[in-house]
Design a protein around this ligand. Structure first.
Ligand code: AOS
Ligand code: ZN
Ligand code: ZN
Length: 388
């Protein structure tokens, strides 16, 4: 069994992954949403479920909220509720993609009145951040066009900058704005923030408190995502991750399920670039559990991130560097692959037990009977958002 160096143990101990509240709601495709018994009926119950992930793994101390999906009358009460369960409220996600007014754009819209409405929504999110104690406002925009000629690409980019400037100006000293990019969907011809370069250009023009959010599912097939991670860390602009897996498009499957090697490569660059356990780089999940149980789906997800982090920390960086400098291609690749192929699961299980955590969080959660309890207690859980 591999043994962890004390610096590895320390790094693993510090690891924190933020959970998306929407992962606990029912979700699906445009074809069918399969309801899971016990699905939360309100944001309070979503947080209770998220707290289970933290309880069994100690990896997930924060829950991200989505406004208006998680709208409540009293955010201080939600905060107290979360803290009582051992978790904090995290990133606030805005939503400008479910309102008829936003059919042709929100922050980029031709009509100043629609832009005003979209900007005001973000200002409301910032007010909520004061009550929840959140640091980050995450903006993902569903804006773009479907047909060449439909939209003035340049004008939309300029209006986006103006709108973001107004939102940015309202941030508190402790706040940040993270701008997420996505290459397509729901628009199919052009998207206003399609890639890291556009997000970078927009946030760089805003200032130090604006950063890029990298969702691992938002790239064209074959994209070298770890290169983007390296570059954004190098530029000091990687604000957060939305982790998930994709086979085809924006699948939002469990992180590490589709391509664990890619996750390993990403985490290697995170470590190399000083992004691991760096408060400037938030590790978040952005996933939906359409057919599997949601709480264990989230437990599996954070464990996958932990596992690939542990493997990436095993890379013998000194030997790797020596091989790189001497041009020893095969040796450099062997060193890298050796770490990837190391099974860290037994060592992680032992290390968890030494910290008073279950060796196997999935089994311990299943044995706890929590899912049976919520299935009996909660009737009529809500859909996560799309269509809610
Ligand atoms: C959408 O594709 C993005 O990944 C966003 O992060 C979005 O807000 C999230 O998926 C919740 O719907
Ligand atoms: Zn995302
Ligand atoms: Zn997405």
């Amino acid at each position: 069994m591999v043994t962890f160096h004390s610096t590895t143990r320390f790094a693993l101990e510090q690891q924190a992954i933020e959970l998306p509240s929407w992962a606990f709601g029912n979700s699906g495709t445009r074809f069918k949403v399969f309801a899971t018994p016990g699905t939360p009926r309100d944001p309070f119950e979503k947080i209770a479920d998220a707290a289970q992930v933290q309880k069994f793994t100690a990896l997930a101390p924060k829950v991200a909220l989505h406004i208006p999906w998680d709208k409540v009358d009293d955010y201080s009460a939600l905060r107290t509720h979360a803290e009582g369960l051992g978790v904090e409220l995290g990133t606030i996600n805005s939503n400008t993609f479910q309102d008829d007014d936003y059919k042709f754009g929100a922050l980029t819209h031709e009509d100043a009145a629609v832009r005003r409405k979209a900007i005001d929504h973000h200002l409301e999110c910032i007010d909520i951040m004061h009550a929840t104690g959140s640091r980050d406002l995450k903006i993902w925009l569903a804006e773009g066009s479907n047909y060449p000629g439909q939209a003035d690409l340049r004008g939309r980019q300029d209006r986006l900058q103006d709108s973001l400037e107004e939102i940015y100006a309202r941030l508190g000293d402790e706040h940040r704005l993270v701008l997420e990019y996505k290459f397509f969907e729901p628009a199919f011809y052009h998207t206003d923030v399609p890639d890291w370069g556009t997000s970078y250009a927009q946030v760089a023009a805003l200032g130090d408190k604006a950063m890029v959010c990298l969702d691992t599912g938002h790239h064209a097939p074959g994209t070298n995502i770890e290169f983007i991670v390296m570059q954004l860390l190098r530029l000091g602009k990687l604000g957060s991750f939305d982790f998930n897996s994709r086979f085809y498009a924006d699948d939002d499957l469990i992180v590490g399920a589709a391509d664990p090697y890619q996750l390993f490569r990403i985490l290697f660059e995170v470590i190399r670039g000083g992004g691991l356990n760096n408060p400037d780089v938030a590790f978040m999940l952005d996933q939906c559990h359409n057919v599997e149980d949601k709480v264990p789906g989230q437990i599996r997800s954070v464990l996958n991130v932990q596992e690939m982090t542990a493997r990436a920390l095993l890379v013998d960086t000194e030997a790797l560097r020596a091989a790189q400098v001497s041009g020893d291609v095969l040796e450099a690749n062997r060193i890298f692959m050796d770490a990837f192929y190391t099974d860290v699961r037994p060592a992680l299980a032992e290390w968890r037990e030494s910290r008073g955590l279950p060796a196997d969080p999935m089994a311990a959660f299943a044995a706890s009977g929590y899912l049976q309890r919520i299935a009996a207690d909660r009737v009529g859980g809500v859909q996560a958002g799309w269509g809610a």
